[in-house]
Design a protein around this ligand. Structure first.
Ligand code: NAD
Length: 368
């Protein structure tokens, strides 16, 4: 069987890390016909818009995409392509696993949690304006609806069940935001009552940041609104080894788009220096979504072994913080080749390499 998958290379380091991810995907033997769709700065040069209709049409047709990061101008310029893509395709659940992969040198080697972020509304709704002519006051509207809250919270509980996780934590600020926060809180409490097999609790966003920085291993699945989820998922990526190793996925009712947590890192563009692991682990998630469990597991193990060996790793994994002592840094393409070389060779009967945290160390669904 051949899978047709939309591929958005993206901006900055995007083309390099998506090329690395393709190399590793090919090494699994799963046949993927990549349909290239340009979005972001390259699309503006070619077609005058950062998000051509053809990109949305391609994803709607194929129902699945692998995406590189896309640059968003800060403060002015075109609206975020990433936000527009999520809203226009109704990709409501942004799922960002934070797993400390072979992270013996990291501060939190037991981190193994998933952030589920509502991705279509909240403070990213794009409803904002200047209040006065002098631009001395401005408003951004925080749109929270019961429908969007219910579906993302249900998604988080279903994910917990599917991945043999045990606990869901809702994060909000209902003490201050007594309408939007309270709406999300009420939706969470009512949904939690329908999942008696999964325990649950709530944290205010400020307390959650402090708790995560102290003991991330105590958290399992976190569900929250758009802005809080954006911030928390970067924090959790940092706990689990950095943005270079943090994959993500966006799910709608029918569509799925896989993209790393990190951005386009413009300062490393074209240098063959960026860590390809986050984008490669997006392929792992993509293959699990397609039901190609063995291929997905091969990628996860090949990444784990490559990071654990510390012979061919990019700069971010070669520094103290990830390793006990510094090692020479390899290029993005060299690390991708090393992972691809290992993919067909990994021993699937060996004990599962997994972080030691609260998650799913013995999860049978992950075994090929
Ligand atoms: P960034 O994630 O690009 O970079 C943050 C830091 O992490 C930088 O030091 C960068 O060099 C490093 N980094 C990121 N990815 C790395 C990798 N694979 N390997 C090694 N180091 C890596 O975030 P930023 O600088 O805030 O944003 C840059 C641009 O990316 C902005 O235009 C922003 O809007 C965009 N962005 C896009 C997405 C997306 O496409 N989903 C997500 C976040 C940011």
């Amino acid at each position: 069987m051949v899978y047709r998958v939309t591929l958005i290379p993206g901006d900055g380091i995007g083309p390099e890390v998506t090329a690395a991810a393709r190399l590793v995907a090919d090494a699994t033997g799963v046949s993927i016909d990549w349909e290239i769709a340009e979005a972001g700065e390259t699309a503006i040069e070619r077609s005058g818009t950062p998000l051509p209709d053809g990109v949305l049409a391609s994803i709607r047709r194929n129902k699945i995409a692998l995406k590189g990061p896309i640059t968003t101008p800060i403060g002015s310029g075109f609206r975020s392509v990433n936000v527009a893509l999520r809203q226009q395709l109704d990709l409501y659940a942004s799922v960002r696993p934070a797993r400390a992969i072979a992270g013996e040198g990291t501060r939190f080697p037991e981190t193994d949690l998933v952030v589920v972020r509502e991705a279509t509304e909240g403070l990213y709704s794009g409803v904002e304006h200047w209040v006065d002519r002098d631009h001395a006051a401005a408003e951004t509207v925080n749109v929270i609806t019961r429908k969007a809250s219910d579906r993302v919270i249900r998604f988080a509980f279903d994910l917990a069940r599917r991945e043999h996780r045990h606990h869901v934590t809702a994060v909000h600020k209902a003490n201050i935001m007594k309408t939007t926060g309270a709406l999300f809180q009420t939706a969470f409490r009512e949904m939690a009552a329908k999942y008696p097999d999964i325990t649950s609790d709530e944290r205010l966003i400020d307390n959650m940041c402090m708790q995560l920085a102290k003991k991330p291993e105590e958290y399992d699945v976190i569900v929250t609104t758009n802005l809080f989820g954006d911030i928390l998922s970067d924090l959790c990526a940092g706990l689990a080894g950095g943005l270079g190793v943090a994959p993500g996925a966006l799910y709608g009712e029918e569509l799925a788009v896989f993209e790393p947590v990190h951005g386009s890192a413009p300062k490393y563009a074209g240098q063959d220096k960026a860590d390809p692991v986050a984008e490669i682990l997006c392929v792992e998630l993509l293959l699990r979504h397609l039901g190609e469990k063995e291929a997905a597991e091969r990628i996860f193990r090949a990444v784990w072994e490559t990071i654990a060996e510390k012979k061919v790793v990019t700069y971010d994994l070669a520094l103290p913080g990830y390793t006990q002592r510094p090692v020479p840094a390899s290029s993005c393409s060299a690390m991708a080749k090393e992972i691809a070389r290992k993919v067909p060779r990994v021993d699937l009967s060996a004990p599962l390499p997994r972080p030691r945290g609260a998650g799913h160390a013995d999860d049978p669904h992950l075994v090929a």
